[in-house]
Design a protein around this ligand. Structure first.
Ligand SMILES: Cc1cc2nc3c(=O)[nH]c(=O)nc-3n(C[C@H](O)[C@H](O)[C@H](O)COP(=O)(O)O)c2cc1C
Length: 215
């Protein structure tokens, strides 16, 4: 089998990323880009982001999760702490998070350290989820090998009975991670492959150095 994709070619024309016009704080630029992506309605899940970890097997692994909050501190997502990514983060908190917003011709790449958020914050978010999602978190021993799909469905049915009219509390193994950024790179596609790349590197606390990278 063979398919040649050499003719897939696109000229990026939509926007530019120029030093004089952007915030000195990358989280403010991220907010601006995020809002522009949301408003464009051309991306189904603008908060879908790829999180890469260094696994216990020494390999990097990337998977998509949903960004649930961002602040000046960083980026929060929720998952199972015992999952493959959870175990990877426990051993090595260095992660890479990236967003690709094709209709905006933009990419953002964040390197940082992931840490568990406070339990009460995870409780608050868990509480806001629909019951089906709450039970899903209880049912699934995320990333473990299972013999069949039926196992999950049987377990879900049993839990639905068990929790009928009962409050579903957050299991300890489920919660949020905050990724505290150490560098954030913004990529804006430009014509002739002369793309704009601006990287912010954290120098000290809230002090960021801005630099341009060759495309
Ligand atoms: C659009 C999309 C959103 C997802 N959101 C999440 C999420 O917020 N949290 C999560 O744990 N997994 C989410 N997943 C599933 C993950 O990609 C992944 O399968 C799961 O977290 C297990 O990863 P791991 O075995 O590498 O730990 C999402 C997948 C997709 C495609």
């Amino acid at each position: 089998m063979q398919k040649d994709l050499g003719d897939y070619r696109k000229s990026y024309e939509k926007s530019a990323l120029l030093e004089g016009t952007i915030s000195e704080n990358p989280m403010e630029l991220f907010q601006k880009w995020f809002h522009e992506t949301e408003a464009s309605e051309g991306v189904d899940e603008p908060n879908a982001m790829t999180v890469s970890t260094i696994g216990l097997d020494g390999f990097p692994k990337s998977r998509v999760v949903l960004l649930k909050k961002f602040t000046y501190e960083g980026f929060i997502f929720y998952t199972n702490y015992n999952s493959e990514k959870g175990k990877a983060i426990a051993a090595n908190p260095n992660v890479c998070v990236s967003f690709f917003w094709p209709n905006m011709e933009r990419q953002v790449i964040i390197k940082g350290k992931a840490e568990k958020i406070a339990k009460n914050l995870s409780d608050g978010y868990f509480e806001s989820r629909p019951d089906g999602s709450k039970l899903g978190a209880l049912v699934s021993d995320q990333s473990s090998v299972i013999p069949s799909r039926e196992i999950l469905e049987t377990k879900l049915k049993a839990l639905e009975r068990e929790y009928e009219n009962k409050e579903i509390l957050r299991p300890e193994h489920w919660g949020g991670y905050l990724v505290r950024p150490q560098s954030i790179e913004f990529w804006q596609g430009r014509p002739n492959r002369l793309h704009d790349r601006i990287r912010y590197v954290l120098v000290d606390q809230l002090d960021w150095k801005m630099e341009r990278l060759a495309p």
